[in-house]
Ligand binder design. Structure first.
Ligand code: HEM
Length: 423
């Protein structure tokens, strides 16, 4: 049940003045702040059953409309009356910094979006992704092999030892980021996806350091182009068009952040889900050919991304029974929409053979995830590698010790201790 103060944070903020909305006097909606993944899903489920669209308070105190049912989510994600606005606090950043991190396709609408996506797609090709497959396999093996003995003896944190380093290595190799710079990413990238929780100052500080690093990387690739995506983006052309310096910086910023934060969660949340459903790990281990369809189901049922990025209404209009006013902020609850039982009565159930499996884990419409083929490739290698090496895997701690990150954007576990030692 939503408590009274939660209900306030979900429904009554429409009565508040702008000052009250931003003053922190109403607590953010509880599904953002909870550290319990099951609780997050339970609260979203309640909200989705009670209606398709709700007003909610975001972690940084602003309020927004949140769309929590599947059909309405897809409609909102393709509605031209909802334009992209920058991430939380974008307007408060120094303009030079803002341009260096936000001039990418995720933050703009048509026709600008089409221009940027075409330029990036010319460099980030299917062939480039497919070429990565053997390297992804090798990285998976290198990370997992040393963990076999440790899991049998004691335990290891699946997030820190595998789910995180694999996508970081893949995206860094794809972009040609040298190993020496990588340890900084966790901090910078965490700040980016958690801006709504950590506040504008910490966010701006991390973004400034990140941009400095990227400018240096781009300058090096200009001097010495290599066979990597950063060099390809530097040289990307569409007729006479090319990416400006800010577009290049912010595109690489986006690829580095979106390219790993999400995939980490797909692997960690997916393993956690499989280990908690009786028999699911063993069934999949016995039939690894089902891994691709299992990955789709894990994306759907406990996806890496909680909400879409922010949209803003460019006119006043009626939507799913509410009046969205010009200037209102709108968010799509991807997690909630994927488990919408009003559309699919069995949406809360894990079905590793579900087909067709429609979901909005990668978004929908023109901003549909550009990295989805890469994410699927990584996740399939990760699950296949884990299932083959750790048939007896189980969580090493009780469920209440497994902590989810509070936040607006991501649906992430902080750690996932696992073991193969008999209980
Ligand atoms: C399981 C992993 C992933 C998930 C769940 C995911 C999810 C998403 C979602 C929901 C969006 C749309 C956001 C919105 O409309 O507000 C998006 C966009 C995007 N993602 Fe991903 N993503 C994943 C992996 C990746 C990877 C590996 C990359 C890059 C290598 C990537 C790059 C992008 C880019 C560039 C966009 C912007 C596309 C556009 O605006 O046209 N993502 N992603």
């Amino acid at each position: 049940m939503l408590t009274e103060s939660h209900q306030l944070s979900v429904d009554r903020c429409q009565d508040l003045s702008v000052e009250a909305r931003l003053s922190g006097s109403i607590p953010p909606a509880p599904f953002f702040l909870t550290t319990d993944l099951d609780e997050r899903h339970r609260l979203y489920g309640e909200l989705s059953r009670s209606g398709p669209v709700h007003r909610v308070v975001l972690p940084h105190g602003e309020w927004a409309w949140l769309v929590v049912r599947y059909e309405q989510a897809r409609a909102a994600l393709t509605d031209p009356r909802l334009a992209k606005t920058g991430p939380p606090f974008a307007a408060e950043l120094d303009p030079a910094l803002r341009c260096a991190i936000n001039s990418n396709m995720l933050n703009v609408d048509l026709p600008e979006h089409g221009r940027l996506r075409r330029l990036v797609a010319a460099a980030f090709t299917r062939r480039r992704v497919e070429r990565l497959a053997p390297r992804i396999q090798q990285l998976t093996d290198e990370l997992l092999d040393p963990l076999v003995a440790r899991a049998a003896d004691s335990s290891f944190d699946l997030v820190a030892e595998f789910a995180y380093p694999l996508p970081v290595a893949v995206i860094c190799e794809l972009l040609g980021v040298p190993e020496s710079g990588r340890e900084k990413f966790r901090e910078w990238s965490f700040a980016d996806v958690n801006a709504s929780v950590i506040g504008v100052e910490a966010y701006a500080e991390a973004a400034t350091a990140f941009v400095e690093y990227l400018r240096d990387l781009i300058a090096r690739k200009r001097r010495e182009p290599a066979d990597d995506l950063t060099s390809a983006l530097v040289g990307a052309r569409d007729g006479s068009d090319s990416l400006t310096e800010d577009e290049l910086t912010s595109m690489i910023y986006l690829l580095l952040v979106a390219g790993h934060e999400t995939t980490v969660n797909l692997i960690a949340n997916g393993v956690y889900m499989l280990l908690r459903r009786p028999g699911a790990w063993a069934v999949l281990g016995a039939e690894p050919e089902r891994v691709p369809s299992a990955v789709e189901e894990l994306l759907r049922i406990d996806g890496p991304v909680q909400t879409s990025t922010l949209r803003i209404a460019v006119e006043t209009f009626e939507f799913a029974g509410v009046t969205i006013k010009e200037g209102d902020t709108v968010l799509v609850g991807l997690l909630a929409a994927n488990r919408d039982t009003t559309t699919r009565p069995d949406a809360e159930e894990l079905d590793l053979t579900r087909s067709p499996n429609q979901h909005v884990a990668f978004g929908h419409g023109i901003h549909l995830c550009l990295g989805a083929p890469l994410a699927r490739l990584e996740a399939q290698a990760a699950f296949t590698g884990l299932l083959a090496r750790f048939p007896g895997l189980r969580t090493a701690v009780s469920p209440h010790e497994i902590v989810a990150e509070p936040g607006l954007l991501m649906n992430a576990l902080r750690a996932l201790p696992v073991t193969t030692r008999p209980a």
